[in-house]
Design a protein around this ligand. Structure first.
Ligand code: NAD
Length: 476
């Protein structure tokens, strides 16, 4: 049985309660884990507060050294961690390997910043005084993570937090705790001191984290409704928050685009991780002149995405993570079809005995989808793509921005004036021009509108785990 990790110790829930983690491809129990409650969150927060007293005072260069060693050790375990992620989440082994690798790289990337971020010296009017602006860690930070990219999204929070001298209480989604435990376990084996990162598990402990008085900042990645609840609750304790929420990223393809590159970007952008990604091509707008040619190429590529158990070498798309998630995406497809949409590809469940016990779904492409269909208005968190023919960039931008969300966006065109307009006018935290929708460590990532606020990745994420303090030195 897996356990929580509190102050470096393997901990059961104080209540003794447990729950099962199941494999989305087979329905089999992967492991039994503790079902923690508010008392466990308290224990973890106390442990993190205790560790903060020493971790925050270490020389930043020492922190960087410890984190590099820990990340290096974790990275040596990618091959062990990847199958754990596949079994609990469903994604293919290739996707799991990439994700586990990203976890370690992210810790190392922020470790590099630990001793490189400086404050400021400021002249003051009275020459017998001078001012400094220094950066301090915040204290204990709470990280609440969803199930779609359990490791990447945990690292996005943990890495900048601990590099800046904070300590963390980390809560994975209840259905994907195991690979996270394996990663934190590996960091501790690699020398991360006890209590710097504590992992609590449970089916409903997020609220206790938001409420806990020792936890000074909450970083949540999750759905927009959850973000609103967390924001309202965090207001009670006036906590700092970062909210990385839902998205419905538009992708625009103009007549002069490199179609092969665009099709690759769209296919990976929509179907990677079985479509369960916040940054993903979720609405496709294609200019008239290349509409038919693009669809022909897209269908040829999507036809190769063989669904299957993520552990099988020939699977190109794992199952959806849960029955509820599949039902939601199926209902969105059904709604579009009921309103008159045409299914160009997929639309149902793959057939065969191997698919009977898992939450499998076919990669799907929908055409002629009416404006009022759910797939345009809501986030589609699965492998279904509505496509619309557009006459020009004006129409594409108008439709692209007609969304409550504003996470990512992309455009494929050889015309740099059109690209520039898209960059300026697309209402989103990220725009890719002729490039795969991949989030880079170096670039701040976060949404606008209902996709949340605050940044992960980049120097901005590091800063978001610090407080600025002004200091005046007198008598000089
Ligand atoms: P979710 O909102 O149901 O849960 C996310 C996390 O929040 C889980 O750990 C959950 O236990 C916790 N949680 C739920 N209710 C809570 C509450 N009231 N207080 C505190 N914590 C609470 O989301 P999900 O279904 O796990 O993930 C899918 C969603 O996440 C999608 O909307 C997706 O777009 C979004 N997402 C966003 C990003 C991004 O960076 N913007 C990245 C990945 C996923």
């Amino acid at each position: 049985m897996a356990t929580m990790i509190i102050e470096g110790e393997r901990a059961k829930a104080i209540s003794g309660k447990t729950y099962e983690v199941r494999n989305p491809a087979t329905g089999e129990v992967v492991d039994v884990v503790p079902s923690g409650g508010p008392a466990d969150v308290d224990k973890a927060a106390q442990a993190a507060a205790k560790a903060f007293a020493t971790w925050s005072k270490l020389a930043p260069a020492k922190r960087a050294e410890i984190l590099h060693k820990a990340a290096h050790h974790m990275l040596s375990k990618v091959e062990e961690i990847a199958p754990i992620l596949t079994k609990e989440q469903g994604k293919t082994l290739l996707e799991s390997r990439l994700e586990a690798q990203r976890f370690g790289e992210n810790i190392a990337w922020f470790a590099d910043l630990a001793d490189k971020v400086h404050g400021q010296h400021v002249s003051l009017p009275d020459t017998t005084t001078y001012g400094l602006v220094i950066r301090m860690p915040i204290g204990v930070c709470g990280a609440i993570v969803p199930w779609n990219f359990p490791l990447t999204l945990a690292a996005n929070k943990v890495a900048p937090a601990i590099a800046a001298g904070n300590t963390v209480v980390l809560k994975p989604a209840s259905t994907t705790p195991l690979s996270t435990l394996a990663c934190i376990e590996a960091l501790i084996e690699g020398g991360l001191p006890d209590g710097v990162v504590n992992v609590v598990l449970g089916t409903a402990i997020g609220e206790a984290m938001v409420d806990h008085p020792l936890i000074r900042k909450i970083a949540l990645t999750g759905s927009t409704p959850t973000g609103k609840k967390v924001m309202a609750r965090a207001a009670e304790g006036l906590k700092k928050i970062t909210l990385e929420l839902g998205g419905s990223d538009p992708c625009i393809v103009l007549d002069d685009a490199d179609l092969d590159a665009a099709v690759k970007g769209i296919s990976i952008g929509r179907y990677f991780n079985c479509g369960q990604a916040c940054l993903a091509v979720k609405r496709l707008y294609v200019q008239d002149g290349v509409y038919d040619a693009l669809l022909e190429k897209l269908v040829a590529r999507v036809a190769k995405l063989k669904p299957g158990n993520g552990l099988d070498k020939d699977s190109r798309m794992g199952p959806m993570h849960s029955e509820t998630q599949r039902a939601e995406v199926e209902a969105q497809i059904k709604d579009a079809v009921a309103r008159g949409a045409k299914v160009l590809f997929g639309g149902g469940r793959p057939k065969g005995e191997q698919y009977d016990k898992g939450w499998f779904i076919e990669p799907t492409i929908l055409l002629d989808v009416p404006d009022d269909a759910r797939v345009w208005k809501e986030e589609v968190f699965g492998p279904a793509l509505p496509v619309r023919r557009i006459k020009d960039l004006d129409e594409a931008l108008r439709l692209a921005n007609d969304s409550a969300f504003g996470l990512g966006s992309s455009i494929w065109t050889a015309n740099m004036a059109h690209a520039r307009r898209a960059v300026q006018e697309l209402e989103a935290g990220y725009t890719w021009v002729n490039a795969l929708q991949i989030a880079h460590d170096e670039l701040p990532f976060g949404g606008v509108k209902q996709s949340g606020f605050g940044k992960e990745h980049g120097l901005e994420a590091y800063y978001s785990y610090t407080e600025q303090k002004s200091v005046v030195y007198g008598g000089v």
